[in-house]
Design a protein around this ligand. Structure first.
Ligand code: ATP
Length: 386
């Protein structure tokens, strides 16, 4: 039986790790690859901000889920403290006394191998399987391998990997800049965004794709228009443009859901409803949309507030709430009597535009025999007084 061990901090695991692991399973014909996130790495400090070890474990499971014969083990995390490979190898050796063990590592780890705790003991228990992390590094890996063979009679295999130049450090640097998604698997990226680990913010193209997939196709143009308008309004009135984009992209994501699904989502996200809302699916989509924005896309309170109040409005609206309410009302695809006047007003005095908007929407509802929501009535009173 051939067992590979691939240890690392995986903070977070990226496609470079996954690709190297897959190549090693194939090239070495491993029966099993144990992927083992460490508890505390011996070679470096855990970068700040990093999620806890259970989160790294979860991410690692997701990242390697597509690698054949790979199993993610929590043995080092359970052991706690500084994770020394020699201890892990002893455990694996005990469990699989007859197995041939390959210890996988990238070039950087091979180069500093003589600094590892009890490295001679490690060599006596395992074959080192090393690979380049970037193009052009192959010769250096071969030299380091030859050196270890000559000096210590170590068994070292150099595995040819189509290297992907990536490091967790790069990923952690890029994620807060809404970049780096291409270095991660889809599943790990989604989970990181959901929790906003590493201060990650979603790439807008990714967020749009996710949001549009949740819409009826005919609504996509409206959401695009709303984003465009929200950005313009945010710039005009000094709101946070990136937050305006996030809120506008996500504001209608549950619009197509029927009342029973809306109610299910309200229960799931702990959204409390009044009598009117319980019977009217249309009023619920802003609240359930905010729930998904919060719990699935990790949006902050301000963004979620803007989504939550975009249908009824309310008293004491904040700037981003005003921007999203207005953008939804006047985006370029909207066409109704008075829309041009409302558009002009939105850029001259956003509060007067809101007042006009609330009034128009109340009049429209009354003319159609619908009782306007008391929040909208309250919003009109509040903005009129202000
Ligand atoms: P950091 O940037 O935080 O130092 P890292 O990207 O080096 O992290 P680790 O979790 O420390 O990732 O690495 C685990 C193992 O994966 C090590 O053996 C490392 O050499 C290897 N490795 C890391 N990145 C790559 C890559 N792009 N290609 C192949 N192997 C890699």
């Amino acid at each position: 039986m051939k067992i590979g061990i691939f240890g690392g901090t995986f903070n977070p695991p990226h496609k470079g790790h996954v690709r190297a692991a897959g190549e090693c399973v194939r090239t070495l014909d491993l029966d099993k690859l144990l992927v083992i996130p460490d508890s505390n790495p011996p070679h470096k400090e855990l970068a700040e901000p990093s999620p806890d070890e259970q989160a790294r474990l979860e991410l690692t499971k997701l990242a390697f889920s597509g690698v054949k014969r790979a199993h993610v083990s929590d043995m080092e995390i359970r052991r706690g403290g500084v994770s020394y490979t020699v201890d892990t190898l002893r455990r694996v050796r005990e469990k699989f006394p007859d197995a041939r063990i390959y210890l996988l590592m990238g070039a950087d780890m091979l180069m500093c191998f003589e600094e590892w705790r009890e490295f001679r003991e490690i060599i006596s228990m395992a074959t080192l399987a090393a690979f380049a992390r970037r193009d052009g590094e192959e010769n250096a890996v071969e030299r380091a391998a030859a050196d270890l063979r000559n000096k210590y009679n170590a068994s070292v295999r150099v595995v040819g990997v189509d290297a992907l130049e990536a490091s967790s450090t790069d990923v952690r640097r890029l994620l807060p800049e809404r970049r780096g998604r291409e270095l991660l698997t889809d599943e790990t990226y989604s989970l990181i965004i959901k929790h906003r680990w590493y201060g990650a913010k979603p790439e807008f193209e990714w967020l749009r794709k996710k949001a549009y997939a949740m819409l009826e196709p005919k609504r996509v143009a409206h959401v695009k228009g709303c984003e465009e308008e929200a950005v313009r309004l945010a710039r005009r009135w000094g709101a946070d443009v990136e937050k305006a984009r996030e809120a506008a992209i996500l504001h209608d994501i549950t619009k197509k859901e029927k009342l029973d699904e809306q109610l299910r989502l309200c229960a799931k996200y702990g959204i409390l409803l009044d009598e009117v809302e319980r019977g009217e699916g249309k009023l619920l989509h802003s609240k359930t949309g905010a729930g998904i924005a919060r719990y699935e896309f990790g949006c902050d309170e301000e963004v979620c507030g803007a989504i939550y109040w975009h249908t009824t409005g309310k008293e004491d609206m904040g700037l981003l709430e005003k921007v999203i309410y207005m953008a939804d009302y006047i985006e370029p695809n909207r066409d109704f009597d008075g829309v041009d006047k409302l558009r002009r007003a939105a850029y001259e005095n956003i509060d007067r535009a809101l007042e006009m908007g609330f009034r128009m929407s109340i009049e429209d509802m009354v003319s159609r025999g619908i009782v306007p929501h008391e929040r909208t009535m309250g919003a009109l009173q509040w903005i009129t007084k202000g």
